[in-house]
Design a protein around this ligand. Structure first.
Ligand code: ADP
Ligand code: MG
Length: 583
């Protein structure tokens, strides 16, 4: 007798639902996207108990006829794609036809819907994935979907929902993403019958200001660039919008909110020198790109995206934001300088001009660039200076919960993290942090950022040969380069590494490659050890309060916090018994 049984359909649906429906906010996202796809202009959301009791979305979109109203709960039923080619041309938010089927398998759903030209609509109730009611009913134009008691039939998942404030925060994020991306539509959000937002159609800028009422007109700097392949539009915050929490960064690709550390990095980089370390600016950026150039079919929740040409997008985004930051504060001439950079870069990336022409341009422009950087630095001096506040001293109350940390002799850090008293060596700690951070990402290969003007590196003949023998390693480290008859030119550098001096960095790697054999089983670890040395902090170096604190947090989340990758001790606990002995 066979022991293999086919799972009941209801169970299959619940399992698949896990991918789409993780928490109330995933339901809200799917429902809102459906309303947008249905071309609604007014969308009203009701939430009860942070979505655990009710998530309801009502729209005035095109509605569904009785047949579609029933069909929409079938897995892989979608009106949005019908053939494989469509997958590469996705213009709607949804396309998998999975959401409603999944939602209905883990909650009690009611649907009211009616298309514009019909006299009567449809009312459907579903429980446990089964239709318990399906009848004609007048509704008026549009669709209303109620999702009640999410996960009532999957207790294990219901148990894992977070507290109401946490779940509500997630719901709010989804609502905000959709509301920012659709400033021409009306949105209302009610939580437990209290109106939280009533957003009426406005310009993007005013929509942003309606949602983020802490900012005003002057905080938002316009970004507006168009190239033949893509456009970058939106607003970046002036440096005083920065805060230490990430999460106020909104990037949309083809109207879809996405999470991308890679693209965030392109924007953060523009603020270098303008913000204290650990501060992140506010921004809302829309990237519009031909659907052929991206692949959104990577993750069921569709917040991740893959680009055909990442470094191109990175450099255009970077240049566009730099220009926006400059335009607000600096003279026209310097704005033009940025415009030139963008134009040159576009041509370069599209292969219209040769490297030589590009380099000549560089020489003309470099003095302007320098002046611009200088004026920006002067402009924002008060902001970068403010991180020299003094840390709090220990006190009894906050000893275990609110921990403190401070630097002594510009070399060591003392902290009461996790209720114990520790002293550690800042440089050794940093080596450990960097090592654990880069070990996995170097293995995968670092990303490359094209630099505006290729940099020539000169070597002795044997070093040049060594470089050529090891060029795969330099590729893996994110370097992009080519050779001409005079030697080596670097045209791209790793995004993830902050390299201060390119030629000494490359020489340092080459020096250690002389003693490293890439057949060694621990070659990769040795390579990472080599890479982190030049980017690590100095043995004696003044750190800001923020840097000290984030170092403590990072060190304590390392797998090994006691020894650095070279085997040197990092930290010692100052135990009360030991301290007592001193007296
Ligand atoms: P997808 O959005 O991927 O197509 P869904 O399960 O979210 O899959 O929805 C299935 C179908 O139900 C959609 O393709 C659409 O035809 C229809 N539908 C869902 N919500 C609405 C709505 N608010 N208004 C009109 N039609 C809707
Ligand atoms: Mg959908």
């Amino acid at each position: 007798m066979s022991t293999i049984k086919r799972l009941p359909d209801a169970l299959i649906n619940q399992i698949a639902a896990g991918e789409v429906v993780q928490r109330p906010s995933s339901v809200l996202k799917e429902l809102l996207e459906n309303s947008i796809d249905a071309e609604a202009t007014e969308i009203q959301v009701h939430i009860k108990d942070a979505g655990k009791t009710l998530i309801q979305v009502k729209d005035n979109g095109k509605g569904m006829n009785p047949i579609d109203a029933k069909l929409c709960f079938e897995r892989h039923a979608t009106s949005k794609i019908s053939q494989l080619e469509d997958l590469f041309q996705i213009k709607t938010m949804g396309f998998r036809g999975e959401a409603l089927a999944s939602i209905a398998s883990v909650s009690k759903v009611s649907l009211f819907t009616q298309p514009e030209n019909q006299e009567i609509g449809t009312h459907i109730d579903i429980e446990n994935g089964k239709f318990v009611l399906n009848q004609p009913e007048y509704f008026g134009k549009g669709t209303l979907i109620q999702v009640k008691n999410l996960f009532y039939n999957v207790p294990a998942r219901r148990k894992f929902l977070k507290t109401n404030p946490v779940e509500y925060k997630h719901l709010l994020n989804e609502f905000i993403h959709i509301a920012i991306a659709n400033p021409d539509k009306t949105f209302q959000l009610y939580s437990n019958d209290n109106l939280q937002f009533h957003l009426v159609p406005k310009s993007l800028k005013n929509r942003i200001l309606d949602i983020f009422s802490q900012w005003n007109d002057e905080h938002l700097l316009l970004v507006d660039e168009e190239t033949p392949n893509l456009s970058v539009k939106g607003y970046v915050g002036s440096p005083d919008t920065a805060s230490s929490t990430r999460g106020e960064q909104y990037i949309f690709v083809n109207q879809r909110f996405i999470k991308s550390n890679f693209l965030n990095h392109a924007v953060f980089k523009c603020y270098e020198g303008l913000l204290a370390k650990g501060e992140f600016p506010f921004f809302v950026i829309f990237i519009q790109i031909h659907p052929n150039e991206i692949d959104i079919n990577i993750h069921p929740t569709k917040t991740e995206i893959k680009f055909e040409n990442e470094s191109f997008i990175y450099s255009i985004l970077h240049a566009a934001v730099r220009k926006a930051l400059a335009k607000f504060h600096v003279e026209d001439m310097e704005v033009d300088a940025f415009q030139n950079i963008i134009n040159q870069q576009k041509k370069y990336l599209e292969g219209d001009i040769t490297i030589k022409q590009y380099k000549e341009k560089k020489q003309e422009k470099s003095s302007e660039d320098f002046d611009l950087q200088k004026s920006l630095n002067i402009l924002y001096q008060p902001i970068s200076a403010k991180n020299h506040d003094f840390p709090l001293l220990f006190n009894e109350d906050n000893f275990s919960q609110n921990w403190s940390a401070f630097q002594v002799y510009q070399q060591f850090i003392i902290t009461n993290f996790q209720g114990k008293l520790w002293i550690f060596h800042q440089q050794n700690a940093h080596l450990r942090i960097l090592f654990e951070k880069y070990l996995p990402i170097i293995q995968q290969g670092l990303h490359t950022q094209q630099i505006l003007y290729p940099e020539r590196i000169t070597f002795s003949q044997p070093d040049f040969l060594l470089f050529q023998q090891n060029k795969d390693i330099f590729n893996q480290l994110g370097f992009d380069f080519y050779f001409d008859n005079e030697g080596l030119l670097i045209k791209g550098v790793p995004i993830e590494l902050k390299i201060h001096n390119l030629s000494s960095f490359i020489r340092h790697i080459l020096d250690s490659l002389k003693f490293l054999d890439n057949y060694l089983p621990n070659f990769h670890e040795e390579l990472v050890k080599t890479v982190i040395q030049p980017i690590c902090i100095a043995k004696t170096q003044r750190l800001t309060e923020k840097e000290v604190k984030s170092m403590v947090e990072e060190l304590f989340s390392c797998e090994n916090r006691f020894y650095d990758p070279f085997g040197n001790p990092i930290l010692t606990e100052l135990k009360p018994e030991e301290i007592a002995k001193w007296f």
